[in-house]
Design a protein around this ligand. Structure first.
Ligand code: PLP
Length: 448
């Protein structure tokens, strides 16, 4: 036996035990995080230390930890469980969740279906197969530094994974995403037109099944594209007989202030994928789209626990909390407060303070880009030290694309918690910039 029989007691012992038992393929670590319980925006370590969660588990606990509506729905469902899935029989929670999603999520056409899955990864995989099935075309256009999943077909169309050496889908064409802070060509003004021209070149051959796009490129660095980007993609895909798939897995479900982020541009996609927040802590994802993409081949997306009743009950509880728009309004107000606080910090010329190159975002999807003061180049070392220091000071926030601290707290976060978040983030960045985190401290955390 490699693991001692005793149950760890300290935070450090739990973390060490994790390294000896949990597979490395599912560990993406930036500091020695171990938590035993949670409530609201707070996570609590086994030793009882409270930390402020500014990630919401990469948005997967969108309503916060232990939200009463989710607790009630899950408890009810699991204590009289209606089987395990919709695979070979149905149950009311799945049918009702699918109907609610059809009502809330606008996509083209009238004959529509919902796939209920486990994670963004399988939702995007199913969407990809669906668009190929529906159009009879193979090619998919996606974006450099995009993220759509961590296994199989979704991974193979994710620009970030492909750049890191994953095998690309043989029919994938990657186009640069329009990043106004670091434009791939020209300036912020000409960026949108240049990007849409690139997309049009890819579509012109008439062999593209779909364009797959994140409305905000999250893991690619919290990139908010210029207004008109999604409208442009909608027009181009329509003109060339291709479908538009919008991946709302990370920023959908009120995080940006809209129910779905793409609604800010008034576009109607052909397919929408959802995940993370949909189960607020339980594994649940969905694809909403045409029956022609999602009905056939029959029985071709099989996992034994798809449409799990407990997860579906959680999903319905989440949608119930989002319906009145109060959490969407909170996301807008608290997001503006967070950005303003961080911009004040960025402008403060404290001795030794790091250079914050940019603070950006929409609602409660916010990115803080750390740069080398002299050159403006991405400062990945500083960023990894800042999030490490943050854990010690009492916050959970992760880096994306190396030098951007992503902030996606639960939608329920309060004004007082945002003030605390700004202070702690400022302290964490200052600690990293003034040499209070050693290279050895972060050496064990390779992260992405
Ligand atoms: C935009 C987007 N799509 C899909 C996924 C994959 O979701 P999951 O990790 O739940 O499979 C992610 C995960 O980060 C994501 O950010």
């Amino acid at each position: 036996m490699s693991e001692p029989a005793t149950v760890p007691t300290t935070d450090a012992d739990w973390y060490a035990a994790d390294a000896r038992s949990i597979a490395g393929v599912e560990r993406l670590r930036f500091f020695p995080q171990v938590v035993a319980t949670g409530h609201g925006c707070t996570l609590v370590t086994p030793e009882g230390r409270e930390v402020l969660d500014l990630s919401a588990s990469w948005t997967a606990t969108g309503l916060g930890h232990g939200h009463s509506a989710v607790v009630e729905a899950v408890t009810r469902s699991v204590s009289s469980q209606a089987g395990g899935s919709v695979l070979s029989g149905t149950h009311p929670e799945a049918v009702l969740l699918a109907r609610e999603l059809l009502e809330l999520v606008g996509t083209t056409g009238t004959d529509r279906r919902v796939y209920l899955g486990h994670a963004g990864t399988d939702a995007n995989d199913v969407a990809l197969r669906g668009v190929r099935q529906m159009t009879g075309r193979s090619t998919v256009v996606a974006f450099e530094n995009g993220y759509h999943g961590g296994l199989g077909g979704s991974m193979a169309v994710s620009g970030l994974h492909v750049a890191a050496g994953a095998t690309a889908d043989p029919h994938l064409r990657l186009v640069p995403y329009p990043d106004p802070f670091r434009p791939w060509t020209g300036d912020a003004e000409t960026l949108l037109a240049a990007t849409l021209t690139r997309v049009e070149q890819e579509l012109a051959g008439g062999d593209v099944a779909a364009v797959l796009v994140e409305p905000i490129q999250s893991d690619g660095g919290v990139i908010v594209p210029p207004d008109g980007f999604l409208r442009g993609l909608r027009e181009l895909t329509q003109a060339h007989g291709s479908l538009l798939v919008v991946d709302e897995v990370k920023v959908g479900l009120c995080r940006t202030g809209e129910f779905l982020a793409h609604q800010a541009e008034g576009v109607v996609p052909d397919l929408v994928t959802l995940g993370k927040s949909l189960g607020s802590g339980l594994p649940l994802s969905a694809v909403v789209g045409p029956a022609a993409a999602l009905d056939s081949p029959a029985a071709s997306a099989l996992m034994t626990t798809i449409g799990n009743p407990v997860s579906c009950a959680a999903g319905r509880a989440v949608l119930g909390q989002l319906r009145d728009g109060i959490l969407a309004a909170n996301a807008v107000a608290r997001g503006a407060q967070l950005v303003a606080g961080l911009q004040r910090y960025a402008a403060s010329a404290r001795p030794g303070a790091a250079t914050v190159g940019d603070v950006r975002g929409r609602g409660l999807s916010v990115g803080v880009e750390l740069v080398v003061p002299a050159t403006g180049a991405p400062d990945e070392t500083l960023t990894s030290k800042a999030v490490f220091a943050g854990w010690g000071l009492g916050i959970v926030a992760y880096p994306v694309r190396g030098n951007v601290i992503e902030l996606t707290p639960p939608l329920t976060i309060t004004s007082e918690e945002i003030d605390r978040a700004v202070d702690l983030l400022a302290d964490a960045i200052d600690a990293a910039a003034t040499g209070r985190v050693a290279d050895e401290d972060v050496a064990a955390f390779s992260g992405w």
